[in-house]
Every structure is written in C-alpha cells, then in structure tokens.
Design a protein. Structure first.
Length: 642
C-alpha cells in the first residue's frame, strides 16, 4: 500500500515539476501558452538533475482529455499583467510562448498532423528526453544515421526508402558543411550492414573534382577524371549513343533546320558503315565524283557551287589526313600569282583547280570539264583510297558524312549552306575534345560494372563541355534506364548526384540561346517529375539555390539546408520548400558549420541536425585553406601584431 502511495506521489511530483503553464489562446494551429511565474528560469532542477526550460525550438505537450498534443515553440514574448496594475502593485509582466501544433501521441507513438486542437486552460507540460526521442523515431525498420539534433542531443535517423527513394537537395554557403553532408549520406548508405546495392548505381557528377580521390566517400569506387586540356581518362559510351539526340546535344543543333540534317547524315553514315572497309571507301569515291559532276555541269560559278566545292576539298583532306605532319605528300596546297589577282588551287595528282579571277572550277591545264579528265581524276582518287592506311573511326566517318551530306543537300536545294554549315564548324571545333573525352565501349557505370559508385570529375573540362557532358550523360542513361524498366515492378535504381548543381541547372544563362536553355532544363525537369516511376532519383548540391530552376527545387522530397545568408537564396527556400517551418527558416542564416535543417518526407518534423565529419581520408577535397599554417603561423609563435 505504501508503495502505491509512493508511486502516486512520484507521479504528482513529476507532473507538478513538468507543468509549465496553461493554454491562453488558440488561433488555428497557433497556440499561446501562459508560462507559470515559477517556470521562468532558464534551467529547472528536479531530483538533483538540471533540465533545459522551455525556449525557441523546444517541444511542449498539451494535455487534452486523454491525449497529448505536441507543439514546437516558435515565438516567445511578454505582456503586461493587467491585474497588477489594477491592484497598484509593482508593474509585472507575464511570459508567453507560441506553439505550432505538429502532431500528437497515440498508443505511445508520435503521429504527425493535427487530429484535435486544445481548449483554453488545458495544461502544458515539458517533455522528457524519452518523449522527445519519440518525435524523431521512425516507423521504418531500416534506417541510416544522419547526425544529432543540435538542441535536443538526440540521434537522428532516416528511413532508407523514404530518403533515398526520393529527390534530395543539399544547400548551403561555401564552408557551411554541404560537401561533408553529401559525402556522409552516401558513405553511411554504402557502408550500411547487410545492405545489397548490386541492383543500384550511384553516379557523382563532380564539377570541381572534390570527389576525385579514390578513397573519397568510399574505397573501391570507379573514378573517371575527364580533361579537355590533357589526355586523362576517357568515358566509355555505347555506340548506339551516337544518335541524333547525342549529336543534337553536343552540337547544339537547332530544332527545325540542323537536327533534321543530322538525322539525314546519320542515315547516310549507317549506309556507309554497313559495308566492308573497301566498299565504304569505294562508296565515298563515287559520292564525291557525283557531286563534282553536278558542280561542273552547273558551270561551277555560283556561290552555292563554290561553297560545296570547298566543302568537298576540306572533307577529303580531313578524312584522309592529307597535309598533316604524318603525311608529307601535300595533296592540297595553294599558291598566289599577280599579287593575289589569281589565286589557284593546285593539285599535282588530280590537276583540279579553282580560280578567283574567273570564279570557275576546272579540270586540266586548259580549264576544260571533259568527261575524260573527270575519269582521270576518278582513277587518281581511287589510287589515293587504295593507298589509304588509316582506320575508319566513327568520329572520322561522321565528319566525312557531314560534309558529303551537306554538299548533296545544298546542290539539291534541300538545305541552305549558311544555315547548316555551323554544325560542321562546331564538330571540327570539338573533335579533338571528343577524342579526349569519349571512347566506344561498355559504359563504365552500367549494371555490368561491379562498383556501385562512379565519380566523374569535370574539373579539367572547359566551360562549354562542362555543361554538355552532364546533360548528355544524364539524358542517355535516363533514357536507357527507362527503356529497360519493367511495367510491373522496379528491379534496378539509378541515383544521379550532381555537385555544384547550379552549373547545369541554372535558370538564367547569357551564353546560350533560349531554346537551348529550355531544352537543358526540360531534360532535368522530366527526370525530377517522372523519374521516380522508373527508379531514377536526383541528389542536388549547390551553394546558390536561387540560381536553380524553381520547378526543380519545388519537386525535392527531402532537403538538408546549411547556413544561407544571401537574401535571394533564403527567398527561394521560403517559396519552394513546403516542409520548412518559420522557426527553422529563421535559423538558416545563423547555423554553425556542419549543422543543417533536415526536413521532408523522411522526417516527421523539421530538425536542426549536426552532421558528423567523415574521416580525413574519406572527406571531399573542399576544406578551406588554413592561412595561419600556410603563412608560417602556429601555436609555438607569439601572436603577431598586425
């Protein structure tokens, strides 16, 4: 009997200690609590222990009948005590806190959402550490560690499915811990006990080379370091990637004029490539001759014929590598007489030329266009083809097909030279870059590669290709993944991680046309809107969320927001992230390094989390330089007077 009485006394003591006040006002889900005068200290003492009193960011439970409603404190203020003024007592103030109701306890578990609202004078209580932990407990059986709640000292976990089967955003100013958070999330996933990721691929598109070390994030990943300056790694791509969409992206082709031309070129290239090597070369000879005959029969005088003639010369020269250092027999060479009045194309083998003076293309020394001389030219061209020892690469054949197809289209009035020729100029400009960046083979990040994580560094890639490569890779592997998708169930997943995402997802760009920018954004917007259905998920990391399309940010399911101080970035967060409450938003500009607001579908409520640092060997290369160490200052020296 005495034991029962002691238990009741203990319960009453705990209740008396934890009660902090009563409901004073209810307006929607906004609830005002009048705090008891005895509970206005910053810390409370109970059974020899110190408890943190109610404050901004704290959680409070309000008892209504037999349920407890849970609220988060987002405001605190005082009001003048009217009774003290009436009684002529010394002026006194009452303390109030404003709660935002976020959920309730049901059967001992926290449920997010509003089931009921409190009545006036319902009692409000502090929550024990055990009860606070229940707010962050997840219903999912399989979770990964995120970090610790900054204010509550509670370990925070997230359900694997709710977090990684979603689009994730990680934002924060430089030095705020953004890169560590990104690396920590995927390190914890990849090192999770008992997990089998053989049916999933994770691809890091790394603009600044922060993840290019072989140990960064995890050991045993595939590391691809691309460069347009020196020859480093080359990205293996499938041959069927070289389709009209590939070239349309790479050559920034216009929709109505240049893309149809690229499709015609690819059809012609396919006709050539289906034959044997000798048959391919023979086909090339016949096409060149047929085009030359059209030029000569038309007189070879108009700009159209002169342009196509020069185009054929250039195509032959590039394909057969004539005139370079490896082949000293200069088939194409120019010389000038009479101070440039007569500029003649000289060909010692073919005896074919063009004079600026007459504006006419000719064969033979007498400027005649006889079939006999054309046949002589044909025989000499066949000799050149027969002696050709070079390989026929896909890039080389495509370049030749571009020239021959354009010449044919111009002569047949299918295309205008000035409208389509920029495609050839862009290809020639990027040919060397393409040879450094790509090679035909099994792609390095498909299901045949045992490594789950592939990092592609773009640090040494020039600005133009830095935008094109991520777009190209993303588009092609997304389409490939979508084509292999089973209607009934998702058996494979693809996780695309884009670090410094503002480089590719910027909503404003002055270096590209509006149509090209729209296409670039449409590719990523399609993935973020529809990718979940096919098992494709994006993780975006950026220090400038205001530069990224609002459509993309608004579709993120889970976000980790580190310190942001730019007004445009803060405004973007407030407008596009629906999970963010006022208290969490107000803390964004004052978060310490490594701390972030974690909110979204994987957590019941926005939480300020401190993300632990990875081991030094696993960290991304994003550490701020220590100038004191660099400039020779350390603890052994007396602090200088500067």
């Amino acid at each position: 009997m005495n034991t029962d009485i002691e238990q009741v006394d203990e319960i009453l003591r705990i209740k008396a200690f934890s009660k902090i006040g009563e409901v004073f006002e209810v307006e929607g889900k906004r609830v005002l609590i009048k705090v008891d005068n005895q509970k206005n200290l910053s810390n409370l003492f109970f059974n020899g222990e110190i408890y943190r009193n109610v404050g901004i960011g704290s959680y409070i439970k309000v008892k209504k009948d037999f349920i407890y409603l849970i609220g988060k404190v987002n405001k605190e203020f005082i009001k003048e005590n009217i009774n003290s003024k009436i009684e002529n007592k010394q002026l006194q103030y009452d303390r109030f806190v404003e709660l935002l109701i976020i959920g309730f306890f049901e059967n001992g578990l926290f449920v997010r959402g509003i089931k009921e609202l409190p009545f006036l004078y319902n009692e409000a209580f502090l929550m024990s550490e055990h009860e606070v932990k229940k707010i962050f407990q997840l219903s999912s059986k399989y979770t990964i560690s995120i970090g610790k709640a900054l204010f509550e000292e509670v370990s925070i976990e997230a359900g694997i499915t709710k977090l990684f089967a979603s689009h994730i955003g990680i934002f924060g100013n430089t030095g705020s811990g953004k890169s560590n958070t990104l690396a920590r999330l995927y390190h914890n996933l990849l090192t999770c006990d008992g997990i089998d990721l053989s049916n999933s691929k994770i691809i890091f598109l790394d603009f600044n080379g922060e993840y290019s070390n072989e140990n960064t994030v995890i050991n045993g990943k595939t590391n691809i370091i691309l460069s347009t300056r020196t020859q480093k790694d080359r990205l293996k791509i499938k041959k069927d990637w070289l389709d009209d969409e590939f070239w349309g992206i790479l050559l920034q082709a216009t929709e109505r004029t240049q893309k149809p031309f690229i499709r015609r070129t690819l059809n012609y290239q396919e006709t050539l490539s289906k034959s044997s090597r000798d048959e391919t070369l023979q086909n090339i000879v016949e096409v060149i001759l047929s085009l030359l005959k059209i030029i000569l029969n038309n007189g070879g005088v108009s700009n159209k014929e002169v342009d196509t003639f020069n185009l054929l010369k250039q195509s032959i020269k590039e394909f057969f590598s004539i005139g370079n250092e490896d082949n000293c027999s200069e088939i194409f060479r120019y010389y000038t007489l009479h101070n440039g009045a007569l500029s003649r194309f000289y060909n010692p083998q073919f005896d074919i030329g063009y004079t600026n003076y007459s504006g006419k293309i000719y064969f033979g020394a007498n400027n005649t266009n006889s079939d006999l001389e054309l046949q002589s030219f044909r025989n000499k061209l066949i000799e050149l083809v027969r002696d050709y020892t070079g390989g026929i690469s896909d890039l080389g054949l495509f370049e030749l097909a571009l020239g021959l197809r354009l010449a044919k289209d111009v002569l047949n009035n299918i295309a205008h030279f000035e409208h389509v020729s920029p495609i050839i100029h862009r290809f020639q400009k990027r040919k060397l870059e393409l040879e450094k960046l790509f090679e035909i083979g099994d792609i390095a990040f498909d299901q045949s590669n045992p490594a789950v994580l592939t990092s592609i560094s773009l640090k040494d890639v020039n600005t133009e290709m830095k935008k094109l490569i991520p777009l190209l890779i993303t588009k092609k592997i997304y389409d490939s993944h979508k084509e292999n998708h089973s209607e009934s169930v998702i058996t494979k997943t693809l996780h695309l991680v884009i670090d410094e995402a503002h480089n590719i997802l910027s909503d404003e760009s002055f270096r590209e046309s509006e149509s090209w920018k729209d296409y670039r954004l449409e590719v990523f917007e399609e993935i973020i809107k529809e990718g979940r259905k096919f098992g494709v998920f994006l993780t975006l990391s950026s220090q400038r969320p205001s530069d990224i399309s609002n459509t993309i940010i608004s579709q993120l399911h889970n976000v980790f927001i580190h310190r942001l101080i730019n007004n445009n970035d803060l405004l973007t967060m407030s407008k596009t992230i629906s999970f963010l409450d006022k208290t969490s938003f107000d803390s964004l500009s004052i978060l310490p390094p490594g701390a972030c607001v974690f909110t979204g579908t994987a957590t019941e409520t926005p939480i300020v989390v401190q993300i632990p640092l990875l081991d030094k060997s696993l960290q991304p290369m994003s550490e701020t330089v220590n100038l004191e160490r660099l400039w020779g200052l350390d603890s052994s020296h007396q602090a200088p007077l500067c």
